[in-house]
Design a binder for this molecule. Structure first.
Ligand SMILES: [Zn+2]
Length: 336
């Protein structure tokens, strides 16, 4: 069995939110030819997408040729809209979540849902998370920063508290990348900014003591934890030599959190994937492909296959760790 924890989906039709809310910056879709659409931010082209971005039947077809049994669905991070008015973001989140809930309810053995929530206003985020719990979501996806605020900010604690109480998993995905304006060229926000963002999120949660305050929260981080696994030595050294700067909110060695959280397997480097499995544990890395986007793994799990693990270990990476992170039972996905 294979569960891909990192895949993105969007409804085929989006309302014109800029017109509805009376200010710009929202994404809409232009279906300019069959099976293809342009994601537009007002008049500005953002990304070309294909029907596998919205059509569950197409996705199931592609999954079966890639030998993926189940996809965990989350929105495309550009749809977070944390910058917008909180009530408007709530309305958009509901629209996107209702779409995911509908897809999951039509194909419950093929898809698992992660919700998006208006993180700029914790009370609304909690309310939407509660609603999504009732709709059958297994967790929520959040950004690595919220309008440039790090994830250890106290204003986000009600969200963590609610996620813990509701038994919802958290998937942390880079967005609103630091340095975007300064390194606009060469796709650097994606190539350099995204891994740095994930490192930023993990370090903020460690040093901010969030893993201590909410020990039962089940976090997973995209892209193999970004640049955290490669940088953890430096982080631990910083903790050792400058506790006056690093240990002000949590005096526990950052290395103690290795194995506390999950990451996906999307690293594009076999040796480094092997290292990440050693560093975080074979029960903390889950298959994740970033389907259907080109920076993802085109045949999900190919890199895990190349590691030549025994079947027991492979089973963990391919599905068991995902089930543990999401707190789901394998039986749900077995054929009757
Ligand atoms: Zn992604």
């Amino acid at each position: 069995m294979r569960i891909d924890i990192h895949t993105h989906i969007i409804p085929e039709q989006l309302p014109r939110w800029s017109e509805k809310f009376g200010y710009s910056g929202f994404i809409h879709l232009e279906h300019h030819k069959p099976c293809c659409a342009r994601m537009m931010k007002d008049d500005e082209f953002f990304r070309e997408i294909q029907s596998n971005c919205w059509d569950p039947v197409k996705r199931i077809e592609e999954c079966s040729s890639a030998e993926v049994d189940v996809q965990v669905l989350s929105t495309i991070p550009v749809m977070f809209n944390y910058w917008a008015k909180a009530e408007d973001c709530l309305e958009i989140s509901k629209f996107l979540n209702d779409h995911i809930a509908d897809v999951v309810s039509r194909y419950p053995k093929k898809f698992i849902g992660l919700a998006t929530i208006p993180m700029q206003e914790a009370s609304l985020a909690v309310r939407e998370m509660e609603r999504c719990k009732k709709l059958g979501f297994a967790g929520v996806q959040i950004g690595t920063n919220i309008n440039d605020l790090n994830l250890n900010e106290q204003r986000f604690f009600p969200v963590y508290q609610a996620a813990m109480e509701l038994n919802m998993a958290l998937f942390v995905h880079p967005w609103n990348m630091m340095g975007t304006r300064q390194m606009d060229k060469y796709w650097l926000p994606w190539l350099v900014g995204m891994p740095a963002e994930t490192n930023r999120a993990i370090c903020s949660l460690i040093f901010g003591g969030v893993f201590e305050k909410f020990p039962a929260l089940r976090f997973a981080f995209a892209h193999g934890g970004g640049s955290f696994p490669g940088g953890v030595g430096r982080v631990a050294r910083g903790f050792e030599v400058r506790p006056d700067l690093t240990a002000i909110d949590n005096d526990i060695d950052p290395r103690r959190y290795l194995g506390h959280f999950y990451v996906d397997s999307l690293i594009h480097d076999e040796k480094f994937l092997h290292y990440v499995i050693e560093l975080l544990g074979a029960d903390k890395v889950c298959l994740g492909s970033d389907y259907p986007f080109p920076l993802g793994e085109s045949k999900p799990g190919e890199e895990i296959e190349r590691l030549q693990l025994d079947n027991h270990q492979k089973g963990k990476l391919f599905y068991q760790n995902a089930l543990n992170w999401l707190n789901l039972d394998k039986k749900r996905f077995e054929l009757a």
